[in-house]
Write a protein that binds this ligand. Structure first.
Ligand code: AHR
Length: 351
């Protein structure tokens, strides 16, 4: 054997070992990155158990939630988690968007790449969904919109919507104000709005605005957003109380902002509720909201029902049977007056 032939054999052996080594390395990198992906999903909500492809017979539901801004939202998340369990045949991939639309768009794209069976979207705002929903449609994944609504020219981009009639909720509050204050009395209103651009804010604001347009004595002295949170509701109310000596009605677009407003009023020794100078109107009627209503701190509380889990499941069941669900479905809601609410109303409340 020449020394050249020996060198060639040595080089071939070296290349073979290098190939085996590189293949092993690639395998390790792939395994590690899949693992990282699973951890990221878990950190975001817990249920994302890796490959969402429906190979194990489970229906995979990717749920993009607005955030955790209010008691209502927490109850809504709980309802979805309790409904979409493995015991019932589902795998839920839960993503909390922290009230940011860009997080929801990223979540939907990740659901598409994971080939989920259904996408459920609780949109933070109404606008800006067309592009990503077109991507879901192109991937053949049905999108169920829940709670707030989206605005689109192309209704085929979502399968159906279920939620509350927020405009009607505002109208219910205004009807109560008309009954309790009359329509021509001078009324100074402070308006604490929810997250701007969300259906809940738009509908409740439109309801109030219709009352103002109709009743000549009513005037909104100040209007600001508390983003549906207690902390911001408190901050905005603190500013309002420094600016105004008289507020007849504080129209808060959810319970948590009302709780923040109450904290600010207590600190400023401002009187409110059934025995005070400022009437508080709120929305949601969560258990804590109803407690505040029974105590006479909130004068009138309009319900917004968050228990959408079973409703969304019914839609999915219909679709699994090959039926077409109703395009739009409104949830029935009631309202509570501090003068007539009872302990039994609160006991009957599961959220
Ligand atoms: O979209 C529903 C609204 O969102 C609730 O009224 C509010 O509490 C929540 O943050």
């Amino acid at each position: 054997m020449t020394s050249n032939a020996g060198a060639r054999r040595f080089r071939r052996g070296y290349i073979r070992v290098k190939k085996i080594f590189l293949t092993g390395l690639c395998f390790l990198i792939f395994a590690f990155s899949s693992c990282q992906g699973k951890n990221a999903d878990s950190a975001n909500g817990g249920e994302a158990g890796g490959n969402a492809v429906n190979s194990d017979g489970l229906i995979v539901v990717g749920f993009s939630q607005v955030g955790a801004e209010s008691d209502w939202r927490m109850a809504n998340t709980k309802s979805m988690r309790e409904t979409f369990t493995e015991a019932k045949g589902y795998r839920l991939i839960f993503r909390d968007a922290q009230q940011k639309q860009e997080n929801q768009i990223a979540a939907i794209r990740s659901f598409i790449s994971q080939k989920v069976t259904y996408i459920v979207l609780a949109p933070v705002t109404e606008d800006g969904w067309d592009t990503v929903l077109k991507e879901a449609k192109d991937a053949g994944i049905p999108v169920i919109v829940v709670d707030r609504m989206i605005k689109t020219q192309d209704n085929s981009l979502y399968t159906c919507w279920i939620g509350a009639d927020f405009r009607k909720e505002g109208g219910t509050a205004v009807a109560w104000m008309e009954k309790n204050f009359g329509t021509d009395r001078r009324l100074i209103i402070a308006h604490l709005q929810g997250s701007l651009g969300s259906s809940a804010q738009i509908g409740r604001t439109e309801g109030l605005q219709a009352g103002i347009d109709k009743n000549i004595g009513w005037r909104v002295a100040v209007r600001d957003s508390g983003d549906f949170t207690q902390v911001k509701g408190k901050e905005v109310t603190e500013r309002i109380l420094k600016q105004y000596e008289r507020i007849d009605v504080l129209y808060c677009e959810n319970d948590n902002m009302a709780f923040g407003a109450i904290e600010a009023m207590d600190a400023a020794r401002w009187t409110y509720g059934v025995n005070g100078a400022t009437t508080i109107i709120s929305f949601d009627a969560t258990r804590a909201g109803l407690e505040a209503t029974l105590e006479g701190k909130i004068n009138y509380n309009v319900e917004c029902n968050p228990l959408h889990g079973p409703r969304v499941e019914e839609i999915i069941r219909q679709m699994e049977r090959g039926e077409i669900p109703s395009k739009l479905a409104y949830v029935d809601e009631i309202a509570f007056d501090a003068k007539t609410i009872t302990r039994a109303d609160i006991d009957a409340r599961s959220y």
